[in-house]
Design a protein around this ligand. Structure first.
Ligand code: FAD
Length: 305
């Protein structure tokens, strides 16, 4: 119930105005967002790299309904990628991209053309792009764009959300050699007809998808903080005789930081998904929706200011 309310609020302008001016917001946002500028993002990337972690940077700015804004978002990515190359961090950091930030809601062909520009900049810098998946209505379009991008940029990755009833099918289609698939539970709201809502069903689906990916020929990117799923991932590694270099764990910046370092210390590859930029509102609301105690922390921060 609370999750649904927070997800609905992530699209509300009125709620956005209230959250943006609420005391305590900035402190809470800083916990999940790696700053507002490219310099902030590069600073955080360098710190994470020093701790032995890989990084995926996402420039916030989703749900763009304006071609000019989509263009600006592409330019921001291009600048970020040039800077990553210049400071020597392209070997540890890739970028994540929400197609809604580059015009998906306006026109699929526009989003594809814009994503191509970002993939080209990533290739020039010596790194890769992974497409996020967003609202369930856009998932098939995102997979189509990914398939197109992969013709020219075969290392383009894509996220699959285990809450989708079709997730196992998607994973089976994508578990081929050279593919990079990020498996996550799913952070948006979706109707029962297309998605599981029961957390147990979502977890079971995650395990089924993980089995397919870990047994497949591609490179699985297991994006979860869930201790049970991480344990099962470890068992699947042994079962499938997968080398630590043949898959990675992924976690969000600011979430289970000790676990990120523990896994990396054990020799696993761990990538931290770090979002940055001024358009943090929707991203922040999804992080609140994921864990109700984040909301309590938010209110305590507000009371303390
Ligand atoms: P949960 O059962 O939600 O959480 C397990 C435990 O992790 C919780 O008990 C808690 O201890 C901790 N935890 C989880 N989330 C939080 C939080 N926000 N704050 C504090 N503690 C927390 N979703 C998409 O829909 N599309 C994407 O493209 C996408 N990309 C992602 C990329 C990465 C690298 C990660 C880590 C997540 C991504 N997500 C994406 C979000 C994902 O779908 C989940 O909403 C989120 O990761 C929480 O699920 P979980 O697997 O950690 O399990």
């Amino acid at each position: 119930m609370l999750r649904q309310a927070l997800l609905a609020a992530s699209h509300s302008r009125a709620a956005r105005r209230i959250v943006e001016i609420a005391p305590g917001t900035r402190r809470m946002v800083r916990r999940f967002v790696a700053g507002e500028t490219t310099d902030d993002a590069l600073g955080v990337t360098a710190e994470l790299a020093d701790a032995g972690l890989l990084v995926s940077l996402i420039a916030l700015g989703e749900d763009t309904l304006d071609t000019g804004q989509a263009d600006t978002n592409v330019d921001d990515y291009a600048e970020l990628l040039v800077r990553l190359g210049e400071v020597g961090l392209a070997g540890v950091a890739e970028v994540s991209l929400k197609l809604s930030a580059v015009g998906q809601a306006l026109d699929e062909a526009l989003a594809l053309a814009n994503a191509r520009r970002i993939c080209a900049a990533a290739r020039d810098a010596g790194t890769t792009v992974t497409l996020d998946t967003e609202e369930y209505e856009t998932v098939d379009a995102t997979l189509r764009v990914c398939a197109e991008l992969r013709r020219e940029y075969p290392d383009t990755g894509v996220a699959i959300q285990s809450y989708l009833r079709r997730s196992e099918e998607y994973c089976a289609e994508l578990a081929h050699e050279g593919s990079r698939v990020r498996l996550c539970k799913g952070a948006y709201s979706a109707p029962e007809s297309v998605a599981f809502s029961d957390p147990v069903e979502i977890d079971k689906s995650y395990v089924r998808c993980m089995r397919v990916l870990m047994a497949g020929q591609g490179y699985p990117m297991l994006a979860t903080h869930d201790p049970r799923l991480i344990e099962i991932a470890g068992a699947l590694t042994t079962l499938n005789d997968r080398d630590p270099s043949g898959f990675e764990y992924q976690m969000l910046y600011g979430v289970r930081t000790h676990e990120q370092r523990r896994l990396a210390g054990e020799g696993a590859q761990v990538r931290v998904y770090a979002a940055f930029g001024r358009e943090w509102y929707a991203y922040f609301m999804r992080r609140l929706a994921e864990k109700p105690s984040n909301l309590a922390f938010f209110f305590r921060s507000a009371a303390a200011e």
